[in-house]
Write a protein that binds this ligand. Sequence first.
Ligand SMILES: [Zn+2]
Length: 300
Amino acid sequence: MTAPWSPDLPERALEYAERGIPVLPLSGKLPRIPAAHSPGDPLYGLCKGGCGREGHGVHDATTDPDQVRALWRRWSHANIGLRTGVAFDVIDVDGERGRQSLQRFLTDHAGGLPIGGPRVRTGSGAGWHLYVQPTGLPDRIGVLEGVDYRAADRYVVAPPSRHSHTGRPYVWYAGRGLDTPLGEVPAALRERLTPRPTERQQASAPMRPAEPGHPYGRAVLVAESARIAGARGPGQGRGGERNQVLWEAARNLYNLPHAVAHATSTALKQMLRTIRRSAPATASTRRSGEDPEAGKEVMP
Ligand SMILES: [Zn+2]
């Protein structure tokens, strides 16, 4: 089944760019521009566009209106990715589990104050993107259970993109579009996002050769395994969550340094093969038009 698309994707991509938000075309949730470097190329996983070609994931994101027009002329149905860590960071809340853990955290550590700002209901129908002031702090997968923090060198899928499995659009909450002042990351959450000295050391030496079992790769693998294991598959309540998590895992590995990514993805692929054997593809539950329920949930 082919997912439908919103006819105004090219104009909307241009609008984001004109607001100073770097955009990149996506296929589903992954970069649409074919990768410049493939495995075996010495620049694979290392080059961030310095070679002058296109095809470097989030590093292709641009605010140049001519480039944006050209990209969406080539791929008029492409979903829109917005680079995070520039104009805003995004708190990415995955499903009811994420919603509850964020709510709990805010109640326990932030006086129960909600995180304001622009807000998107994701096309999976079970996720929310909370747009907040950029903190300069690094990306963090699983900063809370079911909650990721999207910052430098990451991106989020933006309205009116559609989810490739459900066919449903990403939508801004009514009255909570990009004109809304950005939300604030509570101090307690900032503290969680701040790297500890050992993490800083690892982050500052991402180019060193990595062997299988490299601590950084292992940490990512452990985090991703936990997310996949915790996701419900078809027939266990809301189907498709596992597909979402599998995709997230793939994307989270996308920007790892090459050698780490290779060792880690080999282990992950093995795990995915095992999971796929036991979890057949989920039937799509496409709905047409906007989601009338978006914006009605109680969200922290
Ligand atoms: Zn390159």
